[in-house]
Design a binder for this molecule. Sequence first.
Ligand code: AMP
Length: 307
Amino acid sequence: MSLITVGTMAFDAIETPFGKVDKIVGGSATYVAYAASNFLQPIHQISIIGNDFPKEEIEALERRGVKLDGVEVVADKKSFFWSGKYHLDMNTRDTLVTDLNVLADFNPIVPDSYQDSEFLMLGNLMPKLQLSVINQMKVRPKLIVMDTMNFWMDIALDDLKEVLKKVDVLLVNDGEARQLSGEFSLVKAARKIMEMGPQFLIIKKGEHGALLFHKHHVFFAPALPLEEVFDPTGAGDTFAGGFIGHLAKTKDISFENMKTAIIVGSALASFCVEKFGPERMKEITKEDIDERIREFVQLVNFDIDLV
Ligand code: AMP
């Protein structure tokens, strides 16, 4: 069972109420790969980097079973750069800079060695490029999951709607669900978005957990109340990597198993926010993840006698 992950590999500059970094490795595909590689390997990565992407970061990904045949290296250009500043609540942020750099001319190619993949994770990226990857697959993957963000809704809404017609699961945050649907109620928003294509919709609500919608069913996964939240960057991508990693490992794409997968995604995301960038994702072990999933079970487990 194998997984393709598509997205950005980037440098980020991040400011949170607890600190600031001017240049740290990030990108949607980086976080997805770190999270998913806890559940299955190899991960088949598709992305683009410039001449400035550190060799040690490439090697760290390779050690995690991330195959980089689909990652284009452009010798005379810089990697994608993103800069964001978090508000005091850490749930909302302003994007300060989005420098596309190498991404401006990116034309993703699915290598032949990736063609048999049954799971496709379209991380946050230009919708046109997400669509190009879907169209290059000779056999449609068993499950296509897509992440996106308000940035693409603002500048490429028509393309985004085209991709939506072809995916099974969409991941967005609550603000993006409202923007995409024009509805304030998340239940109404979910209904409208599912009419656009995806059969399953996950609405992330930061420290307030995540909702999974499918037909008329809805399931809620809390976020673990954490003592320290240092940097939420990449939490959404890490959630996505944990979610699809669990589904690909268990080979089960039922709604019931997706409930478990959003708990797994939430557990992974709870590690990501504990340090700047993907640092914490590099440290955690299977035991750490299992222990955290147990904490989630405790968090929502209760008995009641209804008489
Ligand atoms: P998240 O916090 O999960 O939304 O992901 C943040 C990561 O997404 C950062 O590491 C950025 O490099 C990357 N990113 C930010 N903006 C974009 C964008 N417009 N397209 C693709 N990746 C982005």
